[in-house]
Every structure is written in structure tokens, then in C-alpha cells.
Design a protein around this ligand. Structure first.
Ligand code: EPZ
Length: 407
């Protein structure tokens, strides 16, 4: 287990270029399974979850070469293998194997899927989609010699089930219409990749229409990571400094920018950068996390320390209704909160240095933010959980003036 040691209390100043989005890179990587060719995927973050995804692809016979942040993935000769539970249980994105493997090999096995365990994370919608495309389930195996296009109407907006459905539809026989789909920017990023690989997909708020095709290799640049962007903006704000993030579509940050403006930050959003600094006056704010374009659930653990440092706030997460477990890991930093009726109330708190363990990816970053704000030395154990989704955070924070060591 690795730890991050922080000497906090320093104002952070400067510019951070965000990496490619984790949640866009992972579906693109898994979707190469349905292509027969060589794909070039640029701006792929070198993070724990991506390394696991690459190992899964390699176990199926793919050749994956990384040069800088560009991956070349050759999926011309793949063979079916039951996924290694050690690998699939390490990342949530292994659910994309359901659609990709069924599509390419006519077979997939429902095995343990991993990822952050902040809530129950059902896969019933993914399974419903595999069966709608013609899959037949026997025990934990689903098989189908050739998937057929279908109509899907989801009653809950699920990023993962939408992605799996697009992956299956892209090379299924005939036309698929998906309604009730999620609209997160990483879904459009996946579509960009598949279209570059020969897919025929149209996306609108109302429906996604896909005409199945044989796919060749594709070429795409992964979008910038909006959650990483929000995290470094929060680091600037919580330390009373001024941080600019670049490399991310500013419109993806609209809900976050609105929330921190209400909290009291000055936010300057330009064409390709966002700069924030604290005005020193804070307001109590209420944040409701919901599917895009609303405030993202993955940024609610990031805004909680800002609420504590400011005038307090209230969080209601409609996506992961119990995603508040990380708050207990912030109490060593003096953060006080209460939970009632599905709401988390974060009280105005004087943050002190502390020692804690990362509960999950965003919960770990939340602890890191508390540590950056507090005077003195703090330690966060389980740093690899943070590195699953953040590329070299210690270097990016040091470039802003933070004293951070990865041990
Ligand atoms: C993706 O998870 C992200 N993970 C999560 O990122 C993110 O929190 C989440 O989307 C919401 O934005 C990846 O992209 C790898 P969902 P996913 O299916 O796809 C319910 C991070 O910190 N649901 O959109 O697993 C579910 O319970 C993380 O980077 C079902 O009921 O999320 C939830 O309430 C962690 N049945 C809602 O849908 C299903 O079969 C949304 O979940 C699937 C989902």
C-alpha cells in the first residue's frame, strides 16, 4: 500500500493541463474488441484503471503499444477467454466486456465486476440489454451467434448500460434505437471513436440510433477529464490560491462552475480554460448530483471539503444515493457532517492536519483536498486508489506549489 504525505496550508497557484478522461478512455479501449484492425487512441491517461483494461485486452490476444499518451491497439486476431476475475474485479469498466465480448465472440461470462464500492452497483440494465440484442442466458454465460439490432428504452439513465448498448449495436445486424440513455460527454467520445472505425451512429437528447456495421480500426483523441479538472480547481480554491485548468471542454464544467460561484468563488471561464480564486466570502450551498448536464456525482466528494472550508452546505446525490461513506474518512481532518433522509449536511469546519485512508477514488481526492488546506503534515493511505483515476497527481500538485510526496 502506498501513501501520500502532504505538508498543507500552502496557497496553490498556476496552471494544470488535465489528462484524457478516465471514463472516456475505458469504454473506447473495451470497444476496440468489436473492431478488426489497428486503432490509434490518443491522450490516454496512464492510470491504474487503464493499465488493468490494457491487461484484459492483452489477455484476449490484443497487442497494445503505448508511446507517450498514444495507444496503438491491434485487435485483428482475438480469441475468447473467460476474463480473469482478478482483473475484472479490479475495475467497474470490465462490465463493458459483456457487450464487447458477446459481440465479437458470441459469448460472454457474467463475472465479478469491480470499481469503487461506495454503493450497490447493479448490472441488471446491462444484462437486459444483452438479452434484448438476442443473447441467451444459461447460468452466468450469455451466448448469441449474431446480435440483432433492437429498441431499448431505459427508465434510469445509466452511463455503463448506455455504453454497453452502443457497443453491441455498433456491429449488430440491423438498426438499434436507444432511448432513456445517459448523455455524459464520455458517451459522445465513445461514439466519435466508433464512427472513426466505420460505425453509423446518430446521437440526440431524445435517442441514439445505430446501424450495425463491420468495424475496422479507429482513430480518436480522448476528451479532457472534467472530474480531474474540477478536482484541481477545488485544490486552488480550498487553499485560497488561484488555479487555471486547461485541456478540458469548458462546457463540461458548467454545473461545477455554477456551484463554486454560488459558494463564493470567482470563476473565469474562457474558450479552453477555467480559472478560479476565492473571494474570501462564502455562502452555504445546496448541490444535487444527477446525470449530465446536472452536477456530476463524481464531483460531489470534491465539493464537500470546499463546503466545510466555506459556510457549509448540503449534498443530495440522486445517482448513487448512499455515496457519502467518504465523509467519515474526512473526520480526522476536523470535517464535521451529518446524514439524514438521503442528504449529507457538511458543516462549516476548521480543517486540521490528519491521517486517513482513501475510501474510493473520489473520496481519496476529497481527503487530499482537506490535507492541502490544513496547516501541517497529513498522510493518506491507499494512494493507489487515487492513482486508479488521477495521472501523477503528486507531480501536478507540486507544479502548483504543493508539498506532496508519494511514498
Ligand atoms: C459510471 O459508472 C462511472 N464509471 C462512475 O465513475 C460514475 O459515478 C457513474 O457513471 C455516474 O456518472 C465509469 O465510467 C467507469 P451508471 P456506472 O450505470 O456506469 C443505476 C468515478 O469516480 N444502475 O451510470 O457504473 C445505478 O445503481 C466513477 O470515476 C442500475 O440500477 O454508473 C446508479 O444509481 C465511480 N442498474 C445509476 O444507475 C444497472 O444495471 C447510474 O449508474 C446500472 C446502473
Amino acid at each position: 500500500m502506498r501513501s501520500i504525505r502532504i505538508i498543507g496550508g500552502k496557497k496553490l497557484f498556476g496552471t494544470v493541463e488535465v489528462s484524457g478522461s478516465k471514463n472516456a478512455a475505458l469504454p473506447i479501449l473495451f470497444s476496440t474488441i468489436i473492431t478488426r484492425g489497428i486503432s490509434v487512441i490518443r491522450r490516454v491517461p496512464d492510470i491504474g484503471d487503464v493499465r488493468v483494461a490494457i491487461s484484459i485486452l492483452e489477455s484476449l490476444g490484443a497487442s497494445v503499444i503505448r508511446i507517450g499518451d498514444t495507444l496503438t491497439v491491434d485487435t485483428r486476431s482475438l480469441h475468447y477467454r473467460d476474463p480473469s476475475p482478478t482483473l475484472t474485479s479490479a475495475i467497474r469498466a470490465s462490465t463493458y466486456l459483456l457487450g464487447a465480448s458477446l459481440s465479437r465472440f458470441g459469448l460472454c461470462r457474467i463475472s465479478s465486476v469491480g470499481g469503487c464500492s461506495f454503493s450497490d452497483r447493479p448490472i441488471d440494465m446491462h444484462l437486459y440489454a444483452t438479452l434484448a440484442f438476442g443473447g441467451v442466458r444459461e447460468g452466468d454465460l450469455i451466448s448469441c451467434s449474431k446480435l440483432s439490432g433492437c429498441e431499448l428504452d431505459f427508465s434510469i439513465k445509466s452511463v455503463g448500460a448506455t455504453i454497453n448498448s452502443i457497443i453491441m449495436a455498433a456491429s449488430a445486424k440491423g438498426k438499434t434505437v436507444i432511448r432513456g440513455h445517459a448523455s455524459e460527454p464520455h458517451i459522445e467520445s465513445l461514439i466519435d471513436f466508433l464512427v472513426s472505425a466505420g460505425a453509423l451512429i446518430s446521437f440526440s437528447e431524445r435517442e441514439i440510433i445505430v446501424e450495425g456495421r463491420e468495424l475496422h480500426g479507429g482513430d480518436v483523441t480522448v476528451i479532457g477529464d472534467m472530474i480531474e479538472a474540477g478536482s484541481y480547481l477545488a485544490a486552488g480554491l480550498i487553499t485560497g490560491g488561484e488555479v487555471t485548468v486547461t485541456g478540458c471542454d469548458v462546457s463540461h464544467l458548467s454545473a461545477f462552475n455554477r456551484a463554486v460561484s454560488m459558494l463564493g468563488a470567482s470563476v473565469t471561464a474562457k474558450k479552453s480554460s477555467v480559472t478560479v480564486h476565492s473571494e474570501g466570502r462564502y455562502s452555504f450551498i445546496r448541490v444535487t448530483a444527477a446525470p449530465y448536464p446536472a452536477f456530476p456525482t463524481d464531483l460531489q466528494p470534491i465539493i464537500a471539503p470546499l463546503m466545510a472550508r466555506g459556510a457549509g452546505g448540503e449534498i443530495f446525490d440522486t445517482v448513487w444515493t448512499s455515496r457519502y461513506g467518504y465523509l467519515a474518512s474526512l473526520t480526522p481532518f476536523g470535517l464535521s457532517y451529518s446524514l439524514k433522509d438521503g442528504y449529507a449536511t457538511v458543516n462549516r469546519s476548521d480543517l486540521n492536519a490528519g491521517e486517513t485512508r482513501a475510501t474510493d477514488l473520489r473520496g481519496g481526492m476529497s481527503a487530499l483536498l482537506c490535507a492541502l488546506a490544513a496547516d501541517g503534515e497529513s498522510v493518506i493511505h491507499g494512494a493507489e486508489i487515487i492513482m486508479r483515476g488521477y495521472e501523477r497527481p503528486e507531480l501536478k500538485l507540486r507544479s502548483l506549489g504543493a508539498t506532496v510526496f508519494l511514498e
